[in-house]
Each structure stands twice: as C-alpha cells, then as structure tokens.
Ligand binder design. Structure first.
Ligand SMILES: *Cc1c(COP(=O)(O)O)cnc(C)c1O
Length: 379
C-alpha cells in the first residue's frame, strides 16, 4: 500500500478543455484564460482577476502593484510557506514577523500594533492551512495606520471570514494552484483586486511591463513573464466549475479522519479555525506531543507506505533568513514550537475510508509505542 500526501482531483472535464485549447490554436491569452479569470470574478464577486504562472509570481506582483519597495516594512507571519516572505525580499521590502496564535496558527493579531513603525506600509496575513485570519481586526488596524493589505490566500480558496470570502477583503488577494492545493493548474496563481490601478499594473507586470492601453510592444515599466498559458487555464477552468464539489469532498475526508481519531486517545492536537470563520481544507495537520520524535515517526510510517511531511518549518530560521537578518532560535517561540511538532498526513479527495483507517491505525500504533518507549527510556 502506498498512500501519497496529496493528489490532484482530475476529471474528464479537465482533459476535454485541454484538447479544446490544443485544437483552438490559442495556447496563450486565449479564451480559456479569459474564462478562468472571469470565473474568479463571478465566484468571488471580485472586480478583477489576473492569472499568473505561480502563486509566488502573483504575490510578487501584488507587492509591486501596491508600490512597496526598498526601505519599507511589511508585517507578516513566520509560520508559512517561504514564498509569502520571499515576495517581499524580491523588492527589498523587510518582512517584520509577529508570532502566531497556537490554535489557529495564524498571526497573533494582538502583536501586530506593537510591530508597527514609521516604515510600516502594509500587512500580509497568510490564511495558513485554510484558516481565515480575523480580517475585521486586520482591516481595522490597516485603516487606523493607513496600511495596505495583501492576503496570501494560497491555501484558503473558498474559506470565509464571517460572510466574506478570504482573498477579497484586502487590497489584493492571491490564490495558488500547485498540484497539492485544493484546486490546481499544474503550476499557477491568481491575483484578485477591486482596485483598477492595481489591476492595470498587475496585467502589465505579468506581461513584460507592456502598456495595456497604448501601442503594441510599448513597455513603459520593467515587467516579467509571469503569464499563465491557456493549457493551465483549461485545467483551472474545469477545476473552478467543480470547486464546490471538491471542497465538500475535502471536508468529508477531514471529517472521516476526526471520526477515526476519536476512537483513540492520541497524544496529538489538531489546530482549528476561529468560530466566526469557515475553513477550507488544504492539508490535515496533527501537532504531536513534544516527547514524540517526529522524524522517526515519519520514517516508520513511510515504511508502511504512508507519506507524511513536516509542515511548515518557520521562515525566520531558514538559513537564508538567519544569514540575512540574524535571526536565531527563540525569536518567535510559538512558531518554532509548532514548526517542530506539526506533521501533515495523507489528505486528498481520492482517499478511501479504508486508506484513512490504515493511516490512523498505524499512526496510533506507532505513537503508543513511542510514548511507551519514551517512558521506559526515562526510567
Ligand atoms: C502554495 C503557496 C504559495 C504559492 O506557491 P507557488 O508554488 O508559487 O504557487 C504562497 N504562499 C503560501 C502560504 C502557499 O502555501
């Protein structure tokens, strides 16, 4: 038995749309890209949507479109995939980390105001694991100090803060479509905004800085090739048409894990989102008791064909960040503690009940053995 950590949910529709693109002859800036972007505008009631070749590209374009640059500071979380901070470094912006809340694993809102300085220009919340940040409080702080807000909603498509869909609340929001995300385009990302100015800049920046309105091949700013092809958009459009079905299936798979876990008394806790929010299931994370050797557990499960991964290492202790900013262990203790204990177990829409049972039975068996050995070792 081999049970992968994640697996994309591909149906005949994705294949059909890809063939349509190949037959159309328009492999870039064709009909599918337009329809893919339109599907975001209508599903998310967003005025504009700009698809790109990755979530990281879309975040970078968001940072640039908000006019952030060298000398500016942006408040963000250290507990995330590294792209949410790297997009700031590309523009010489300094990420100012605030530690996280140990339950939602999002930025601890109460620590944001203390981190604001005269150089602060924006807040970049990450809706980690599909858990919405408290966007009321973030927007309130942003308004009070006149800061921009970029939502990294790469792991949170379909999640809601109260009645509002995450990714549409700040000045710009970004979703990503790597194959482990809720929906995929192979590689890809999209920027949502209601600002016409951000929209025009984003369109230009993804396409070599080309002017949107004036003559062909007139490049008024330095841009990038961050374009999404129509082959990617074809997959994405089919995925968007199945978004609700996929999100519901993911929630069902998660609920089955909760049921199975309830049969045991596991030395683990499971992070959860705020009660005023609706989470979108990205990965299934367990937080191990601190006495458990995570690497050993992960290796033992791998021998049984169960793939697991430590999600996420904290960004400030990545070698490149320690080297550049002088961070050291202890700087963001909650993020470090969670990073040391979090483990993602197999999670995708194709998981069967039998496979989930297999995962939890083995997990429970190994955890019990490790706890017992731990006690014996201490004697
Ligand atoms: C996936 C992800 C991104 C974007 O990743 P890409 O691989 O560039 O699409 C950004 N931030 C977070 C938190 C992510 O999980």
């Amino acid at each position: 038995m081999y049970i992968p950590l994640s697996r994309p949910d591909i149906s005949p529709r994705e294949k059909k749309y890809i063939i349509e693109v190949l037959d159309s002859g328009h492999l870039s800036f064709g009909e599918k890209l337009h329809k893919f972007e339109q599907s975001f505008c209508s599903t998310f009631q967003s005025k504009y949507a700009v698809a790109m070749n990755s979530g990281t590209s879309a975040l970078h374009v968001a940072v640039k479109s908000l006019g952030l640059g060298t000398g500016d500071e942006v408040i963000t979380t250290p507990y995330s995939f590294i792209a949410s901070s790297n997009c700031l470094l590309y523009e010489g912006v300094t990420p100012i980390f605030v530690d996280i809340d140990p339950v939602t694993l999002n930025m601890d809102i109460d620590k944001i105001e203390k981190a604001i300085t005269p150089k602060t220009r924006a807040i970049l919340p990450v809706h980690i694991f599909g858990h919405p940040n408290n966007m009321d409080q973030i927007m309130e702080i942003a308004t009070k100090y006149q800061l921009g807000v970029i939502e990294d909603a790469c792991e949170a498509i379909g999640a809601k803060w109260k009645e509002k869909k995450v990714g549409t609340i700040g000045d710009a929001g970004v979703f990503a479509f790597y194959p482990n995300k809720q929906i995929t385009t192979g590689e890809g990302g999209i920027l949502l905004t209601d600002s016409e100015e951000i929209y025009h800049l984003a369109c230009s920046l993804r396409n070599q800085g080309r002017d949107q309105k004036s003559k062909w091949l007139n490049h008024s700013i330095i841009g990038y090739n961050y374009r999404m092809s129509d082959l990617q958009a074809a997959i994405g459009l089919a995925q968007m048409e199945r978004l609700n079905e996929i999100l519901i299936n993911r929630e069902e798979v998660a609920n089955r894990y909760f049921e199975l876990i309830a049969d045991y008394q596991l030395p683990v806790t499971i992070p959860h989102s705020l009660p005023q929010s609706k989470k979108s299931w990205f990965v299934f994370i367990i937080l191990l008791h601190s006495s458990i050797n995570r690497d050993l557990l992960s290796e033992t499960l791998a021998q049984k064909g169960i793939e697991t991964k430590p999600y996420f290492p904290t960004i400030h202790l990545q070698t490149s960040y320690q080297y550049r900013f002088g961070y050291s262990p202890g700087d963001y203790p909650i993020s470090e503690d969670i990073a040391n204990r979090s483990l993602a177990i197999p999670f995708h829409t194709k998981l069967t009940y039998t496979e989930q049972q297999y995962v939890i039975d083995h997990l429970a068996f190994e955890l019990e053995r490790m706890m017992k050995n731990g006690i014996e070792n201490r004697k």
